[in-house]
Design a protein around this ligand. Sequence first.
Ligand code: COA
Length: 168
Amino acid sequence: MMVTVRVATHRDLPSILAIYNQGIEDRVATLEQDLKDMDYITNWFNEHTNRYPVFVAEYQNNIIGWADLHPYSHRCAYGGVAELSVYVHRGWRAKGVGQALLSALEAFARKHDFHKLVLATFPFNSAGLALYRKMGFREVGVFMNHGRLDGKWVDVLWMEKLLELKVE
Ligand SMILES: CC(C)(COP(=O)(O)OP(=O)(O)OC[C@H]1O[C@@H](n2cnc3c(N)ncnc32)[C@H](O)[C@@H]1OP(=O)(O)O)[C@@H](O)C(=O)NCCC(=O)NCCS
């Protein structure tokens, strides 16, 4: 299987949107509940600049997954910390696509002066947890009753991966 990972363009947005909406419907990936439209995803895409890319995974001209880096915080002191998201098309999960996307994000982050990647996930997202643990992320801690999903409280687990140890 020849999956390529490359930087996304505007032409990829309909596929990125469809994959994101699958993640919203599945209720394991995000606190978002309402499906998004092209305006939303275009604004989201346009917020990515310089050090904060969107990558897509492609197989035979089909987009089968995407991942991005976005700022963890707008405070300068956290400029070396990027937060990531990753979504794989339903029909392509558990085939190594998430790993390929995270590897590309990590290589990019190392080249662009990030020393840490972080992410927030649900403790019950077993596929996400398996992927992140495999990629060397550690569990920082769980915020209990942190968000609302379908009228119920959900816990949110933060994970991190140090790309380099800053010793001073
Ligand atoms: C979470 C997600 C991105 C993982 O990507 P993926 O392409 O399915 O994962 P990979 O195939 O690269 O798998 C990575 C590792 O996790 C394991 N894994 C994948 N899915 C799993 C599952 N459902 N249960 C247990 N382990 C799983 C794989 O076995 C693999 O380990 P291995 O190589 O030792 O076998 C994908 O399932 C997805 O898009 N889910 C819905 C959206 C989502 O939850 N996004 C994350 C939000 S925090």
